[in-house]
Design a protein around this ligand. Sequence first.
Ligand SMILES: *Cc1c(COP(=O)(O)O)cnc(C)c1O
Length: 412
Amino acid sequence: MSQRHLSPEDLSLAASWHAETQAVRSGSQRSEFGEHSEALFLTSSYVFGSAEEAASRFKGEQPGHVYSRFTNPTVDMAQTRLAQLEGVESCLMTASGMSAIFLSTLGLLSAGDHLVASRGIFGATQQFFGTWLPRWSIHTSFVEGTDLEAWKAAITPQTKLVFIETPSNPLTDIYDIQAIADLAHAQGALLLVDNCFCSPALQQPCSLGADLVIHSATKYLDGQGRILGGAVAGKKEIVMDKLFPFLRTAGPSLSPFNAWVILKGMETLSLRLFKQSENALKVAQWLEKHPNVARVYYPGLASHPGHALAKRQQKAGGALVSFEIKEKSESLEAAPYASAWSVINNTKLISITANLGDTRSTITHPATTTHGRLTDEDRTKAGIRPNLLRVSIGLEHPDDLIADLARGLDKL
Ligand SMILES: *Cc1c(COP(=O)(O)O)cnc(C)c1O
């Protein structure tokens, strides 16, 4: 491998590039064949020149690859690119977003440690914290993310990690990264931000005080709905010194093929995120004026309670828009999902799927899909009403998306 792009001078040059340049250039390494597009290294192991070399590679005395559970050139390229996009020193990629959360929590916590998380987090993350981590005696307090007093009360000297996702899913609440980081640090805890919905194109949590960034690369980093992947990024002393040895042993590793797809996906990250945010704003503005829509959740709208904070933390509003259908309480009681399902079933263009972050727009009914496993009480607490719909806006023309939503909404 040519190390041409990885010398310290090159790394600092790359750090000075704009995000668009980093997205297509950072992390690239070239083999002896001089390929222009990054190669896909589908290999589980690497050959050593001698027994001595094998021994020193295994000990970490000599740089170079050992085994693809923890070192692979294609995965390395993707990790370096994402680290630069997030403006941090180090990044580790994992098999999925959930395995990034598994790696960063179990890699940093021990039995008896306490975790504090915002209530509005991804369903599987909530289940992992709420029902699996207690088996290792790690307990989580869930707080209302917009309430700084609640954070202050929940974070104690036993708290080792604070976890947020902003904007939240599906209600797009905006949490104050800097303020929550300050509260966490005052008690000696680290702040982890799941930056899935903004991606580094729109928000760099570590520049706002977070210690670690988590990604489901399945969403915007790939951006085209093809693969699963995840990432943890931050300071070298946490990512490489604490998490890397755990990844090496526990093995929630990313496949080189998926790393290659993500590497190429990241090249268009900024283009996609800004265009998808622009489309989402148009759809949100249209929904806000629709007579059958009661409420729109989109941080790019001036009516959103987190609008000013979003403008400070994010470069655009993102591509997730949620809205509640206006209906009488009697009809909501008699047939709680009827209107929401009818809007979904009248679409012809937007895909009916719970995935998000794709170039194709998708629509889902959170109460019966992503949040269907919650108890009615927990769902109400999380603010997921039966008449709520979530759309993830893609790269189609916004007028076509509006026409597709109008088909069902106009009829109600
Ligand atoms: C999808 C998602 C995850 C989990 O990622 P997977 O790649 O599906 O494991 C975590 N956090 C957020 C915010 C997500 O949207």
